[in-house]
Ligand binder design. Structure first.
Ligand SMILES: Cc1ncc(COP(=O)(O)O)c(C=O)c1O
Length: 418
């Protein structure tokens, strides 16, 4: 049967994740994989799960097995509200922060609207933005097209806050890049990962945060602050969240995936109540409510202090892994290769000599027994083919050195053959 005619107009915009395609094709446990963004299984509180489960069943009886409130169970919302110092009414539980990104995009963006994001950008976010047919561009690109402040009105029916149509829809737009549409829709929100970005590993400085908030206020757009790694800091001092700096316009997304276990698929959104009300309605049609048993487990784990205790071990383990990886890169990588030194999170970002194409190198790397993610996959225009993302949390410790050595050999071999 020919099915294409049945698909919705959104379907051609769906983006396949190259990272998930790697998982589908290759048994990553059989090689040295720096590809995925998985946490180390050793950080999961495995031995505590049976007693946590018993406590939940003793305390709540059949409640954890029943449907729950769409906003999330009150016990978990209260624990999160207490931890982050916000009223319970500003907390919505999500079935993972990936769902949080998707819901925010779904309630805020129409096809052709603009979402302002870093380039490179987290692939899962890009998938949601594309699925709702939003255009993605950086703040710098957008401001260039705006020709300045973005505070004047344009006559274009979709451009509700623009200058003269000629200035905002004209040739200036076409001059920028292939990935930027010739005429742009209204910007709806800025998507940002201020702490330990995926993929770049970067953390925004205080000055950059202040500037971001200033631009958001000037353009009158919302901010979606994606923050799954914030609690995984290994060095440096914590900086204020964007939410704390602009609570009136920020939806802050948190996740249990990296601080508890991703298998529970739990996250949360903290934001203004009027926005959460729409998110609440949207979530009803997605899955009625987040997984109830898992929420009670998370409430017990976070509320009892066990999460903080576990986090201390997790941070110590990841700090060591980050430092091991950086030392190995220093030891093995040829001249011309540079990398970031992230203050937290799970990723290092490598920049190779200009002529080395990490997409072309990938199959050879896999056959040799090492995997990474080509950096260009995270760029909206597929550029920066001489970059790669390396994850340091998941690989067996014993495989880290052989993996980096192999990668370095491949890169050196490519340099010699050029
Ligand atoms: C920046 C970012 N946001 C969101 C997610 C999704 O996390 P979750 O497991 O909560 O869906 C990830 C996962 O790696 C991520 O890196």
């Amino acid at each position: 049967m020919y099915f294409n005619k049945f698909f919705s107009a959104d379907v051609p915009s769906f983006l396949r994740s190259p990272v998930r395609e790697i998982f589908r094709k290759v048994d990553l446990s059989a090689i040295c994989s720096f590809a995925g963004g998985y946490p180390a299984a050793t950080t999961f509180p495995l031995s505590q799960i049976p007693s946590l489960s018993s406590t939940v069943l003793e305390k709540y009886g059949t409640k954890p097995l029943q449907y729950g409130a769409t906003q999330g169970v009150p016990e978990l919302r209260e624990v999160i509200a207490g931890r982050y110092g916000v009223p319970v009414s500003q907390v919505q539980i999500t079935t993972s922060s990936q769902q949080g990104i998707d819901i925010c995009t779904r309630i805020l963006a129409d096809p052709g609207d603009v979402i302002l994001a870093d380039n490179p950008v987290y692939l899962g976010a890009l998938q949601s933005f594309r699925a709702y047919r939003a255009d993605v561009m950086t703040i710098a690109e957008y401001l260039r097209m705006e020709g300045g402040t973005g505070s004047e009105i344009c006559g274009h029916p979709r451009h509700n806050k623009r200058k003269e149509p000629a200035a905002c829809c004209g040739s200036e737009a076409e001059a920028i890049s292939g990935s930027v549409p010739a005429s742009i829709g209204p910007a709806k929100f800025i998507y940002v990962i201020p702490d330990f970005n995926n993929p770049s590993g970067r953390t925004m400085s205080l000055q950059e945060r202040e500037e971001l908030v200033r631009v958001a206020r000037e353009l009158d757009v919302l901010i979606v602050e994606d923050s799954p790694y914030r609690e995984l800091r290994y060095s440096g001092k914590p900086l204020p969240t964007i939410r704390s700096m602009a609570p009136e316009r920020t939806l802050h997304l948190g996740s249990f995936s990296k601080i508890f276990a991703p298998g529970f698929r739990l996250g949360w959104i903290i934001g203004p109540e009027e926005l959460l009300e729409q998110i609440y309605v949207c979530k009803q049609c997605l899955d009625l409510c987040p997984p109830v048993f898992d929420q009670y487990l998370a409430a017990e784990f976070m509320g009892s202090g066990a999460l903080d205790e576990n986090l201390t071990h997790t941070i110590a383990e990841y700090r060591q892994r980050r430092d091991d990886m950086v030392n190995l890169l220093q030891k093995y990588m040829p001249e011309g290769v540079s990398w970031t030194y992230p203050e937290g999170g799970l990723f290092l970002w490598l920049t190779l000599p200009e002529q080395i194409d990490t997409v072309a190198l990938y199959d050879r790397a896999l056959s040799a027994g090492v995997a990474y993610v080509a950096g260009s996959f995270f760029y909206t225009d597929g550029s920066h083919r001489n970059t790669m993302r390396l994850n340091f949390s998941f690989i067996d410790k014993a495989k880290m050195e052989p993996g980096i050595r192999l990668l370095a050999q491949l890169i050196r071999g490519t340099q010699l053959s050029d």
